[in-house]
Design a protein around this ligand. Sequence first.
Ligand SMILES: [Zn+2]
Length: 268
Amino acid sequence: MIRGGQLYRHRRDRARRTRRLMTYVAVAVVAAVVPASASAAGKQLWTSDALNSVANDVAGTTDMTVLSEDDPTEWAGFFPPGTDSENVLGFVALEYPPLYHEIFLDPYVYSTFGSWFSTGTPQGNEYAFSIAALALIHESFHWRLLSGDESTVNACALKYFPYYIAKDFGVPETVTQTTTGVVPVTTTKSVPVVHVKVVKRRVKVHGKWVVRTKRTTFTTYTTETTTTYEPGPVTSTVANPLFQTLVADAASFYMQQPPPYNAGTCTV
Ligand SMILES: [Zn+2]
């Protein structure tokens, strides 16, 4: 039986499911013989190197396989009759060896990551993306912690969501911004300095000693640095609005989930 690893979607789909073929995703048919109650045999699932590497990074493994289901009817077939499979975003089977280090994601997550692969950014689909990313991180934490405790696993998924969004999903916490500001312009020039050399000599004039002074000049050069302020490009590091939106969306989704999903603490 499937145990642990379910992440419930409290809110219903916002986006319509699109089942177009994802260019960057290769098809994989799970050949494993699994119990009838959790049969993956014959189902067409999708896998992607990008999602596998996220799962591996979160779980601290190298052999994780993320399998995404594109068909709600097939997805429902993973669960016992009567299961509200539309609200299950993903699952793992911690104690069923044929599904070792595998993560299953539902058609909503499949579709959301499909959009991400095709546009290259969560921009414009932030809320769905946050849910999908949280689901993948959540399922990966089941393997990392080898735990079916949904409260702890989901708390860890939320805690580390910002970290993995930046590290593995390509949404940095800060971005560099270039604006027009005032920039210092330093000019160095060579300045002549005239020196006067005074030579005093005693000379005899009409039998008397007098002092004669002779002045000669010579020039040396020194460098002079001046700083002026002119309009120019100024780069600064600022908070990334996309990152902030995703983190806020994940927190909001977490809060809307029923217990035990919204009620844990992460100890790692
Ligand atoms: Zn779970």
